[in-house]
Ligand binder design. Structure first.
Ligand code: FAD
Length: 389
């Protein structure tokens, strides 16, 4: 019997070739990625097999434009695939999505030469990273200290980044820093692509984390690193505009990732309480439990609906959708935390035991409320929208 979520997924109305792609990704996620997720989490190991399997399917090509060796598929099908992979393994999902987050700005703002050099490699499976955060620059990115100094045809990079997803495995890193000689902290921000193996680029430490244990998060240092000026995105000082526009496209993606975790937790909870019996009844038959299910299912359906609405705005070429993207990121990630917490609760003591996936889902959900702008920052962005000048 079709559930309300099957009917909601059917409203996506993708063209036939994208429906086939989504079907293949769904099968890969279910049969290959999901069975390995618990082991990768336990071992805190990079899921190289999963990434190889996704590359064998050509998944990066999905979001790279055709003129650069990709398939140029829709943003909707990309988001649907992020959700499927993240439902199977949140670590693998964020590794894949991070390549999109780091490389989409290259597609939107890179010079023709830069795009032609980098994007065909991405389409074939190269990995990307997005480097913004520093010890002095978290919620307020304008506090960054990484310095870009022009020197002939090169830019010399000094500084470092922390908490960088994919930072140790990325082939191309999109790095934000400040252009030497521009004093205004916002006007100085500039974006530059750094390639793996550039002398002066080093991994300082790898973090041990609560969740997403298979997805690497590292601190990087840049020590007199020389990069061709041709690797700049836009000109010196154009970074903040690029950063804000890019975050609007990565936030729906982190929302889709969180909704994958939320779906997995909801489905596990429903399966469990339909089987587990206490006081002579299945847990699902207690009305107090049905009220919880009703609230979670309704909020999940509303939030997924908003995901597809924002996706259609992006596809229509809209540029003014920052509030919608913030609403989506905030609500989807709060919901992933709430549903995974309730799923643990509905499993009783078993929910706290590693044998059950909900234990991992709850650990994986927490960071989604923190990265890509904490949810306090998103509340601030949404609230400010209504303050009249
Ligand atoms: C696993 C992981 C992966 C990550 N991946 C990446 C990555 O790939 N690239 C990257 O650049 N960064 C990445 N980050 C960094 C992440 O985006 C930051 O941690 C996040 O933006 C918050 O910054 P902060 O940790 O410095 O917290 P802070 O900014 O110090 O905030 C601390 C607390 O204060 C609150 N706060 C701050 N300012 C305000 C305000 N104005 N109003 C109300 N409350 C406020 C915050 O909401 C938070 O609760 C990652 C982090 C982690 C843990």
């Amino acid at each position: 019997m079709a559930t309300v979520f099957d009917r909601l997924d059917a409203t996506l109305e993708l063209p036939e070739h994208e429906t086939m792609v989504l079907g293949a990704v769904r099968q890969l996620a279910r049969d290959v990625v999901a069975p390995r997720a618990a082991d990768y989490d336990r071992l805190e190991a990079y899921p190289a097999d999963n990434i190889a399997a996704m590359n064998a399917l050509g998944m990066n090509a999905m979001f790279v434009p055709e003129e650069h060796g990709g398939l140029g598929l829709s943003y909707s099908v990309y988001l649907a695939c992020v959700r499927e992979v993240s439902k199977a393994c949140a670590s693998t999902g964020i590794i894949w999505a991070t390549t999109f987050h780091g490389m989409k700005p290259v597609m939107d703002f890179g010079s023709p030469e830069l795009k032609q050099r980098i994007l065909p490699r991405i389409a074939e499976g190269a990995i990307g990273a997005l480097c913004i955060t520093e010890p002095s620059a978290g919620s307020d990115a304008t506090g960054m200290k990484t310095r870009f100094s022009p020197d002939g045809d090169d830019v010399v990079v000094d500084g470092g980044k922390i908490f960088i997803s994919n930072g140790d495995v990325a082939d191309h890193l999109l790095v934000f820093g400040k252009w030497a000689g521009i004093d205004d902290p916002k006007a100085a921000i500039t974006a530059l692509v750094i390639d793996k193996g550039t002398p002066g680029l080093a991994v300082l430490r790898k973090e041990e984390k609560m969740g997403h244990r298979a997805a690497p998060t590292v601190a990087l240092s840049f020590d007199g690193l020389r990069v061709p000026r041709a690797n700049l995105l836009g000109g010196p000082g154009e970074g903040l505009r690029i950063l804000l526009a890019s975050l609007n496209k990565s936030r729906p993606s982190v929302a889709a990732h969180a909704l994958g975790i939320a779906r997995a937790a909801f489905e596990d909870a429903v399966d469990y309480i339909n089987e587990r019996r206490q006081s002579g009844r299945r847990i699902v038959e207690f009305q107090g439990i049905q009220f919880t299910l009703a609230d979670l299912a309704t909020d999940l359906a509303m939030c997924e609906n908003w995901l597809w609405r924002v996706a259609r705005m992006v596809e229509s070429g809209a540029t003014d959708f920052g509030v919608e993207a913030s609403m989506l990121k905030m609500r989807a990630t709060d919901l992933a935390m709430r549903i995974s917490d309730e799923a643990v609760q509905l499993h009783g003591g078993y929910g706290y035991i590693r044998d059950y996936r909900v234990e991992r889902l709850m650990r994986d959900a927490k960071i989604t409320q923190i990265w890509e702008g904490t949810n306090q920052i998103h509340r601030q962005l949404i609230g400010r929208h209504f303050v009249r000048k």
